[in-house]
Design a protein. Sequence first.
Length: 360
Amino acid sequence: MILQTVQTISNRLPKGSSAWINFGLSHLSKTWSVNRIKAKVIRIQDESPDVKSFYLEPNGLWKGFLPGQHVNLSLKINGRFQTRTFSFSSHPKEKLIRITIKKIPGGLVTNHIHTLSKIGDIWELGEATGDFLLTKTIETEKYLFISGGSGITPILSQLKELSKKNSSSQITLLYFSKSEKDILFKHELNILTHTLQNLKVIHFLSEEKNPMYNFGIFEESILKYHVPDFKEHSTFFCGPEPLKKIVFGLYEKENLLNKILSEDFGLFNQKTEEVAELQKVKLLFRAREEEIGSANILESLLDKGVSLQHGCKSGICNTCACMKAKGRVKNLITGKISDDSREKIKLCVSVAMTEIHLEV
């Protein structure tokens, strides 16, 4: 009630007042804010040697998510805000939201999270987003999910949704891991095979021979053996780029690209983690120049003390959009890398790939 009253008052005050109100609210509760989604880390669970799940309790500004979606997570590292995108592995109706994070070798954000994050930490989230949704397919009698490694994360959320709906569809999951210890959510998948009577989970290990699992990598013969009628299935894919190339190559050969939907942000997340070079940003209308790193442009400039209009910080509200006069940027949501021409970009979901000139 107190927070709702403060939010109502804040909406009637001049722009810029929210920063002072947020400062005051943070002394009452670290997750309180009039315009920022903040979440408290409630629980941390090891899923494999390089994957952890984080259970979060968001504040009242959180609007929820759909199975298969992801979220931008922002935290300050070495004095600078960094933003990355992660999938939900929980179901929307579960009390806490759960995101599952793989540690990327040399990755600034994922290594920081795995090494230093603790229960009680406060993280800032964007709005849930993404089109990797069950609703993107027509009502189907057959689903095929193909996953590799941590790509199981959004698919697990989708399988939970099918279970909640008591789906009578035929459902097959082909899950590829390096070794048994790298299999994520094995217990939860086993439970789902009982709640979803028509769910068949087939595991493959690529680097370890184990009599409990199949051995090998994805190839056409494996698909046709285990799912001979795969052409009749609506297919969902999430996994590393090498696996995606093989899967999509087969579907293209079979003229089935209209039958497969993929989640790609994880690949771009990894590429963002690998970007370490500083890039120059020229603010043309202010005769100002800054150097920024791998964080999104908005957070990097705010951290430098540049005053910029912004809202959701997740690429939805368009408040931070501005004209790029020169340079190449990468969209963290779509993964698209722009050319050097003049175009409008959203600063909160863009990373500088070269020197850029902005009309701000």
